[in-house]
Design a protein around this ligand. Sequence first.
Ligand SMILES: [Zn+2]
Ligand SMILES: [Zn+2]
Length: 308
Amino acid sequence: MLWSGWENDVFGSFLGGGGGFPYVYAVLMFAWYQVLQSYSHPFFMYLERNFGPVASGPVLAWLTHMVFYHLHSGIYAILDNYDGPWTKKKVSRFDKMTYSQMLPNVVKNQTIFLVSGVASAFATDFRGWKRGSIPFSEITWSEMAYEAITMYLMYEFIFYWNHRILHITDLRLFGRKYNLYAMFHKEHHSTYASVGVSGLYMGSIDCVLTQTLPQVIAPALFNYHPMTLWLFSLVGSMNAVHTHSGFDFPGMSPPHGHELHHSRYKVNYGTGLFDRLCGTKLDEEEVVRENFGLGGRLRKDLEAKKTK
Ligand SMILES: [Zn+2]
Ligand SMILES: [Zn+2]
């Protein structure tokens, strides 16, 4: 049923995911919103006056992403290296590559973020970023909610379709066949979503199509206040790390959905909404994990075998 689990997908898979209300993300978002309301406007204006709109715009937003992403994936790298109460929450550990082996590729992709963020700011004459001169306390809740919801919808739409196209398309040009998955997306699937930092481990074209474009198109198109991207950088960075970490912590998005994408390929392309709409959602309940290794076995296949 389309509607069953709907709310869980929008507020769940994106912010938390299928395993109850993602209260850790909600609390952090609320705290981050308060910090931004109190301190970010004077800081934004200081940067703009002294270093120009590139520093206060795309560079500052990129720095917030860098801090959240590396803080979160760094903590998970420590948790992966030492045993403790968290170890029994590690539900998947199929990756052979380590944190430090993946890190250079991730930093290369984050450099692409920075360059494309700056390029898109110039290309759109700093649309959105210019609204940063409005004090953040003057942005109403309804404006904020409108921007956050449309940002999510646009992000999900572009991410889902670019990602799905990379999985299912064979381009035929001049009598030759080009498999987009093999050319651009295979590198990300050489990891199994069990090391947090692997969230951004991928090829450069993959990074532009599935990471950069979903983030730069909506803010420029809808003239978002920088606050939207600042808020988004917290949950976007954390969710990318967490869904690739193999940790199933309460109050955070369960990692199973994206692990199923890494092991079964043509399911769970997005953060939930478009997978539901387009029939590509595979729920954890449909999978039996016990002793079946990566990706488990589909419950319906096991039941069909039994009735034979
Ligand atoms: Zn992934
Ligand atoms: Zn994929």
